[in-house]
Write a protein of this length. Sequence first.
Length: 98
Amino acid sequence: MTIQFEKEKMTLLSEEGIPMGYITFPEIKKGLVNIDHVLTYPKFRGQGIAAKMMEALLQHLDEQDSKVVLTCPYAQNYVGEHPEWSHLLPTNIHFEKK
């Protein structure tokens, strides 16, 4: 699998170069992005693709010293289940799995 970063979008590609899913994260202001959409294409659902994408994106944003706002319900649940990423939230915001 290959991760492809664009300005405000990350796409996960299969070994054959087929898009498996993407995450959009528009910039709110310098150093702060909003993870607003996580999508896995139907053919690849049920394989943990969304979790792999979230892990890769959060690691990338952490390396960039960015903070994140989470308006996507999947992203909120993911961070709720993985509190090791809560330091990326701009304040003491905590999400719990519903």
